[in-house]
Design a protein around this ligand. Structure first.
Ligand code: PMP
Length: 293
């Protein structure tokens, strides 16, 4: 059976799931999105993702034409229609169909679509071996411009960084903010461990408030691992004992090299492994249930 895609209250087979070329999501990147995971018939951190989606839309003055409860129902129905127990869920809300001008007021109603599918961001071998990162010249957008806290459809900042990372042979890239402080990676938040202390940069420096980031902070607190948000430089990361990334698609993935500097022993560390295990355990038991198997 073909993948069933939700668009504005109806489901379409993948080959017929289409939106207008006049949609401002496409013409201008005017819209917001979320990436969510379902594990074992449970949607993980659904309300956190929907809250972030609504906040991103609010800042853009984009009115989502359905309620959070209706969005939840639409997501669950899409998962059920596709018989997915485990899936990656992409929820997109665009400004809607307008004309060729920028003016969002010309778009009468936001377009909503939901895709459920499988995703493998990194091969399993990289979780064992660890990632090699490079810092790229493209810095994170200024908070005073398109604030990186908004999960908007305008991802060119990250895409440029991703291209630069790949040009240098790295699958993920480290992005600094305009002041040279560590912000995050192109699709993941970053953490480091040193002297039994877990650190991550504050998001106001130019990072998305990652749902996985928050889950890791809560796990660390429950395990009595000391945690702080701290302004970090590349020097701090180079001299960390462990570095790892977090994200909905990536979960928790170790980093073993940054800009040619070996991190710690050069092998994935113990704290990272513990946190990864605890995170995976959480995904198996925590969430909104939509299927019994
Ligand atoms: N930073 C960026 C730029 C992202 O796009 C993402 C999501 N892929 C993350 C961090 C991680 O956020 P989350 O844990 O909510 O997926």
């Amino acid at each position: 059976m073909e993948l069933q895609i939700y668009i504005d209250g109806k489901w379409f087979p993948k080959s017929e799931a289409k939106i207008s070329v006049f949609d401002h999501g496409l013409l201008y990147g005017d819209g917001v999105f979320e990436g969510i995971r379902a594990y074992h018939g449970l949607v993980f951190k659904l309300s956190e993702h929907l809250d972030r989606l609504w906040e991103s839309a609010h800042t853009l003055m984009l009115e989502i034409p359905i309620s959070k409860k209706e969005m939840e129902k639409a997501i669950i129905e899409t998962l059920r229609k596709n018989h997915f127990n485990d899936a990656y869920i992409r929820v997109v809300v665009t400004r809607g169909t307008g004309d060729l001008g920028l003016d969002p007021a010309k778009c009468k109603r936001a377009t909503i679509f939901i895709i459920t599918d499988k995703i493998t961001l990194y091969p399993e071998s990289l979780y064992k071996k660890g990632l090699d990162l490079i810092t790229v010249p493209t810095v994170r957008n200024l908070p005073e411009a398109v604030n990186p806290a908004i999960k908007s459809l305008n991802y060119l900042n990250n895409i440029l960084a991703k291209i630069e990372g790949k040009n240098s042979g790295c699958i993920e890239a480290l992005m600094l903010n305009h002041q040279g402080y560590v912000a995050e990676c192109t699709g993941d938040n970053i953490f480091m461990v040193k002297n039994a202390l877990l650190l991550t940069p504050p998001t106001y420096l130019g990072a998305l408030k990652g749902v996985t980031r928050q889950a890791i902070i809560e796990i660390a607190e429950s395990k009595k691992i000391k945690f702080e948000e701290r302004i970090l430089t590349r020097h701090d990361l180079f001299n960390a004992e462990e570095v790892f990334l977090t994200g909905t698609a990536a979960e928790v993935i170790p980093v073993v090299k940054i800009d040619g500097r070996v991190i710690g022993t050069g092998k994935p560390g113990g704290v990272t492994a513990d946190l990864r295990k605890a995170f995976q355990a959480l995904t198996q038991k925590d969430g909104v249930r939509y299927s019994s198997s």
